[in-house]
Write a protein that binds this ligand. Structure first.
Ligand code: ADP
Ligand code: MG
Length: 256
């Protein structure tokens, strides 16, 4: 059985893709069989996995619309050592095209169900919205990983996401729960970072992961080489944090 996690936060630029790509590669480095699903039409996770989004013949778009199977559309990330269900701009059309179809919220779930034995972990990189695509991610998942920057407005957006997760839990996917909040782009010298971080721990207790990912330029440089940061520069502080996070996730799933 695979553990399926959606990496979600409706804000853009908060570290979803960086987290998905690096967690995927870090889990793979620990011997786990991983599938990364890129659910964002921007295709950043695809490019960051070393696959050119402009050259895709089949992608997650085709899988969602029933035009290709997952087995046909998936590729191997040579740099990350995991499987990738890639995405590109085609996916932007899916939002509208899905509306008229049956089981529109559970299409990804159904596609993944056929491959339950293939992977230990499936990680879904969600787009920055609470859209039909994100809904497909949340319906397919056992849990949600929420990357957060420790800044003043971080908590504000969180309640919308938490409410959406509650609604999906109540109506569409009773398995869904918040696995945890991951503090990313953390600046240990900033007083505000420290305060928001402490607030998160107060409100969410052990739903806040122990691992903290610092702001680290090597993580930002890696995608332009088509590599996860943990492969591009394993020794960098940010990479070490994601490797520790992968350990924490492996421990965490044992308690499920
Ligand atoms: P999202 O997927 O939520 O839009 P990204 O993962 O693409 O966010 O991150 C937004 C930007 O911040 C990207 O340019 C990325 O390289 C950079 N970034 C993400 N995490 C870090 C980090 N820990 N340190 C430095 N830069 C980061
Ligand atoms: Mg992204």
């Amino acid at each position: 059985m695979s553990y399926i996690f959606a990496v979600a936060n409706q804000k853009g630029g908060v570290g979803k893709t960086t987290t998905t790509v690096n967690l995927a590669a870090a889990l793979a480095a620990r011997g786990q069989r991983v599938l990364l699903v890129d659910l964002d039409p921007q295709g950043n996770a695809t490019m960051g996995s070393g696959v050119d989004k402009r050259l895709l013949k089949t992608s997650v778009y085709h899988v969602l619309l029933g035009l290709a199977s997952l087995a046909d559309a998936r590729q191997v990330s040579a740099t990350g050592n995991y499987h990738l269900l890639p995405a590109n701009r085609d996916l932007a059309g899916a939002e509208v095209e899905l509306v008229g179809l049956d089981h529109r919220e559970t299409r990804l779930k159904r596609a993944l169900a056929a491959h339950d034995g293939d992977y230990d972990f499936v990680l879904i990189d969600c787009p920055p919205s609470l859209s039909m695509l994100t809904l497909n991610g949340l319906c397919a998942a056992n849990g949600v990983i929420i990357p957060m920057q420790c800044e003043y407005y971080a908590l504000e957006g969180l309640s919308d996401l938490v409410n959406t997760i509650k609604k999906v839990h109540a109506n569409l996917n009773p398995d869904l729960k918040i696995i945890g909040l991951l503090r990313v782009m953390f600046d240990p010298r900033s007083t505000l970072s420290g305060q928001v971080s402490a607030q998160l721990e107060q409100h969410f207790g052990d739903k806040v992961f122990r691992s903290i990912v610092p702001r680290n330029v090597r993580l930002a440089e890696a995608p332009s080489y088509g590599m996860p940061g943990v492969v591009f520069d394993r020794g960098a502080k940010g990479s070490q944090a994601y490797l520790a996070f992968a350990e924490e996730m492996i421990e965490r799933v044992k308690t499920f």
